[in-house]
Design a protein around this ligand. Sequence first.
Ligand code: C2E
Ligand code: CA
Length: 545
Amino acid sequence: MSGGVRVGGRLGEDELYMQNLSQRLGRLYLRLHSTVLSGPQIVAFLPAITLAAYWIGGERALIAAALTVPATMAAAGALSVSDPAGQREEDALTGLPLAQNIAGKVDAITHTRDGGEMTSAALAISIDDLDELVKRFGNSGRDQIVKAAADRLRDFVRGDDMLSVLEPGRFAHFLVTGQRRELEVLLQLAARIQGAFDEAFSINAARVYVSVSVGFCQPNRCPGPSASDLLDAADAALNEAMVHGTSVVRAFSADMPNRRKFAGALIDELSDALSSNAITPWFQPQISADFGEVTGVEALARWDHPERGVLLPQDFLPIIEEVGLSELLDELMLRRALISMRSWNDTTKLVPRVAVNFSVDTLRNAKLLDKVMWELDRFDLPATDLTIEVSEAVLERKHDDIVARNLSRLRALGTAVDLDGFGTGNAGLAAIQRFGISRVKIPRPIIARIDSDHSQKKLVSGILTMAEQLEIDTLAAGVETRDERVQLSQLGCGHLQGTAICGPIASDEVAQWLTAHQAELARSMPRISAGNDGKQIGNLPRDRR
Ligand code: C2E
Ligand code: CA
């Protein structure tokens, strides 16, 4: 399996990465307790946590969770009632106003100036790993950093802009002055704010580096009419950012998931699976429909569960999405896929591209391009070795500017972008062009029985014609029979993937399959060239299983 594959000389680096991953998962666990599920409301989730424990570990886990989770929460302070600071006008530590008290002032300014139309933007900014700072430097060290952080943030205030405190170490910045509202401008501002923390703080002569995460909301994305709606939205975007690591930036979007359903035992088990390489990619070959040569492989996640055997994505992806681990999964899959790609490049050279499925969480990361480039660079692979697969649902989230920006930048590098499940959702042709799709994947429900059902055949034929007009490549996914394969080739579909060619296989089986496939292609070739009509090459798959 790819989990065991190590690229020569990179063993230490690989272990460091896994260590770093474990630390990030640990932080995520703490964060789910301390930010998303903090305060007395966490009690409402105790039944879900204990149920999750039962789902994973049966009765023994259920009893253990019921006994230990409340105690753990109490020890962590989750059940304590927070300080009613809302009564005060300003934060005693930093001297900044409290965020909930200034939303009204923002409303007053915009009401007088812009007739009540929402024109402001808000950023919520949090120091990462505040708990860790308390552990290392105590409350007084934490306070020194929070105070100094407020001073650095004050530098970003212009005119009527308002900086305020949401809670210790967490700030809200209302942009009221000027016209600084576009996505690109807010992303740049977030990056500049993060840059202001590059310089170390000093506590008792020690140099301490801290990072900040940022969530923001543009006026046209605000879910309500008032500045407090804007503040809530920026705060929700910040929560979303913090679930995905440190130094993360997130723009608010109305369909941001509610991360409140699962916690505790379930996150533990998934975290373990991710950090111990129990979740790894298997690979499914994709071939050209005319000559049959391999044009790529798709990485598909598999969880080698100690008790339940190899689990499919349907068994764990929904939970991964719910608890906010999608980005970590995608990161791991990308890295594992590139490790395998490096090893195939060094040996068989028969895999032109590896395709990785990216979730919407990953596609919304403002730093996605840097991350992908860094990973490619680390394995000395060109961007053209990589394909990103996105689902049609991602494109339906209209106006998702960060996703469009990320995809077009990846395309500019030479990375291909495949649109999964084409024709099952509502993504229009304009979205296909706007998001820079290079190939559409026609799913199993559309190609099934294409050899016997005339209306299916007409549908596929229409899609292929449209793709040709748009100069977009095509791949039929879920090709299960030889007859489907032949029909698709004859209709002019570009590429094929499915069990009729090969099902998903573990990384260490790929080289063997490639060799066998090559040998089979070589055996078929003389028969093709013996024909008097070169076009017969299009019928090549008929000769194979
Ligand atoms: P998908 O991207 O559409 O992947 C194709 C699915 O069809 C895979 O299911 C594959 O095993 C299955 N398949 C392959 N050949 C055939 C065939 O001939 N007939 C039929 N009926 N099915 C076939 P799998 O591996 O269970 O993956 C399901 C979905 O989970 C994927 O659908 C993808 O959306 C998601 N997924 C898988 N791996 C990842 C990942 O690493 N990250 C993310 N974000 N999503 C993933
Ligand atoms: Ca896919």
